[in-house]
Design a protein around this ligand. Structure first.
Ligand code: PMP
Length: 449
C-alpha cells in the first residue's frame, strides 16, 4: 500500500521537476541524469520508488540511530502537532523543551547540566563558539577571542564552523572566514595507524601542538579549542588513546575552554551516550544534533557545564543573559521526537548494544582488507571507513562509483568522502544485517575494481 502510494508520487514527477532543487553537497548534473530516489524507509531499510530495498549502512547521515520511521517517534510527533505546533522560545517555554533538556543533562557526563537548543549541527557549533567568546567577555577577559580547530576537522557549514574546520574544499571558495583562528594538526597517519580498531595507539603526542600554538599567540588571546572525538565526515579519524586527555590538561593549564563536537558521536555511536564518556574526558561544552531525535526533525544543541552557565546568570534578573537564539530553538515537534527517541535508546539499550556489537562489526569490516584497492580500514564503535585507492582520472571517482552502484545495483546506502567509504548503520543493526552490509560492500568494491 505504502509502496504504491510512493510509486504514484514519484510517477507524478515530470523530468523537469528534478531541475529546481539544488541538492547540497551533491554533483547535481550527474544526479539529475541518474537520480538516486528514495520513497520510504522502515527500520534498517530504504525503499526506492520502484520498491527496491536498500540497506542503510549510514544511518541516514549518521543520524537515524534508532532506525527509520519508528512508530513511537511518529506518534510522538503527530500527538505534539495536534497539541502545540509552535511556540516561541524567546521569553516563553513549553514542557517538552524543559523535559528534554533535563533528560540530556542527566545523560551527559559530569556537570554538563544545561542545554541550549538550535536546529542543526552547524548551528550547534556556531552557538558553542559564540558562548565561548561571550563567556570570556562576561568574565572580563575579552581579549580571549582566538578559536582553535584542527586540520581535516568538520564542524558544519556556518562561517564559524568552516573557519575552525579544516577540510580545504569547505573553506577555499568562501572568502577570508573568521579572523584569529588557528588549527592543530589532524591525528591520522596511515603508516602508524593502518587498519586500526578502536582508538589508535599512536598519536597522543600530537596534542602537544596546542602548547606550540599557545606559545605563539599567548593564552590570554585564546578562547577555546574545538575537536571531534571521532572526526566522521573527514573519513573516520578517531582521536588516539590519550590525545583528548592531553588536550584537556593543556586547556586547563592555560585557561582555555574545550569543546567536543559530538554531532556524530553523540547518542551511542561509539557505544556510550557521548564519546566524552568513552574517552574519559569532560569538555566544557558538547555540541550535538542528528541522533538526538534519530534524525526525525531538525534539531541540534549545546550542552554547557555548570560553571559556564553560572557565569552568565548574573546581573539584573530581567536582563537577557545571552544575545543569541533561533526562531526554532527547542521546536516542540523536535523535542517530542527527541523524547521518544531517548525512550527508545533507553528501553532498547541501544548504546550498550553498539558497544556489544563493536567487535563483531570490527571483524566484519576488517574482513574486507584483501579486496582490490583497499588501502586502509578503520573501525570504532559502530563506525567504519574503507579507504580506496584513487583512480588515476580523479580523486573520489572510485568511491563515487561505489556509492552510486551500491545504491542503484547492490541495495546498499553508504556515505563517501573523497576516496573513503564511511559506514555507520543504525544502532538497531543485527549481526545478520552486518553480514548483509559486508556482502553487498564486497560485491560493490569488486565491481569498481
Ligand atoms: N559537526 C560535525 C562533527 C558533523 O559531523 C556535522 C555534520 N556531519 C556537523 C557539525 C554539521 O551538522 P549539520 O549538517 O546538521 O549542520
Amino acid at each position: 500500500m505504502t509502496a504504491q502510494i510512493s510509486r504514484a508520487a514519484n510517477d507524478s514527477l515530470a523530468p523537469n521537476d528534478l531541475e529546481a532543487w539544488w541538492l547540497p553537497f551533491t554533483a547535481n548534473r550527474s544526479f539529475k541524469q541518474r537520480p538516486r530516489m528514495i520513497a520510504r524507509a522502515k527500520g534498517m531499510y530504504y525503499y526506492t520508488p520502484e520498491g527496491r530495498e536498500v540497506i542503510d549502512g549510514a544511518a541516514g547521515l549518521w543520524c537515524c540511530n534508532a532506525g527509520h520511521n519508528r512508530d513511537e517517534i511518529t506518534r510522538a510527533i503527530q500527538a505534539q502537532a495536534e497539541e502545540l505546533d509552535y511556540s516561541p522560545a524567546f521569553q516563553f517555554g513549553h514542557a517538552g523543551g524543559f523535559a528534554l533538556a533535563s533528560r540530556l543533562a542527566q545523560l551527559a557526563p559530569g556537570d554538563l547540566n544545561h542545554v541550549f537548543f538550535c536546529n542543526s549541527g552547524s548551528e550547534a557549533v556556531d552557538t558553542a563558539l559564540k558562548v565561548a567568546l561571550a563567556y570570556w567577555n562576561a568574565r572580563g577577559q575579552g581579549s580571549k577571542t582566538r578559536l582553535i580547530g584542527r586540520e581535516r576537522g568538520y564542524h558544519g557549514v556556518g562561517f564559524g564552523g568552516i573557519s575552525v574546520g579544516g577540510i580545504v574544499k569547505n573553506r577555499q571558495f568562501f572568502g577570508s572566514l573568521l579572523a584569529g583562528v588557528d588549527h592543530l594538526p589532524h591525528t591520522y597517519n596511515r603508516e602508524q595507524q593502518a587498519f586500526s580498531r578502536g582508538e589508535p595507539e599512536w598519536g597522543a603526542h600530537l596534542a602537544d601542538e596546542l602548547e606550540r600554538i599557545v606559545a605563539l599567540h599567548d593564552a590570554s588571546t585564546i578562547a577555546a579549542v574545538i575537536v571531534e572525538p571521532m572526526a566522521g565526515s573527514t573519513g573516520v579519524l578517531a582521536a588516539p588513546k590519550g590525545y583528548l586527555k592531553r588536550l584537556r590538561e593543556i586547556c586547563d593549564k592555560h585557561g582555555i575552554l574545550l569543546i567536543f563536537d559530538e554531532v556524530i558521536t553523540g547518542f551511542g555511536r561509539l557505544g556510550t551516550a557521548f564519546a566524552a564518556e568513552r574517552y574519559g574526558v569532560i569538555p566544557d561544552m558538547i555540541t550535538f544534533a542528528k541522533g538526538v531525535n534519530s534524525g526525525a526533525v531538525p534539531m541540534g544543541g549545546v550542552l554547557v557545564r555548570q560553571g559556564l552557565y553560572d557565569t552568565f546568570m548574573k546581573g539584573p534578573e530581567h536582563m537577557i543573559e545571552l544575545f543569541h537564539g533561533y526562531t526554532y530553538s527547542g521546536h516542540p515537534l523536535a523535542c517530542a521526537a527527541a523524547l521518544a527517541a531517548q525512550d527508545i535508546y533507553r528501553d532498547e539499550k541501544l548504546f550498550e548494544r553498539a558497544k556489544t556489537l563493536e567487535p563483531v562489526w570490527a571483524d566484519a569490516i576488517h574482513g574486507l582488507k584483501s579486496l582490490p584497492n583497499v588501502l586502509d580500514i578503520r573501525t570504532i564503535g559502530l563506525v567504519g571507513a574503507i579507504d580506496l585507492a584513487s583512480r588515476p582520472d580523479a580523486v573520489g571517482a572510485r568511491a563515487f562509483e561505489a556509492m552510486d552502484r551500491g545504491f542503484q545495483e547492490h541495495g546498499i546506502m553508504m556515505r563517501i568522502t573523497g576516496d573513503t567509504i564511511a559506514l555507520s548503520p543504525p544502532l538497531i543493526v543485527t549481526e545478520e544485517q552486518i553480514g548483509e552490509i559486508v556482502d553487498k560492500l564486497t560485491r560493490v568494491i569488486k565491481a569498481v575494481a
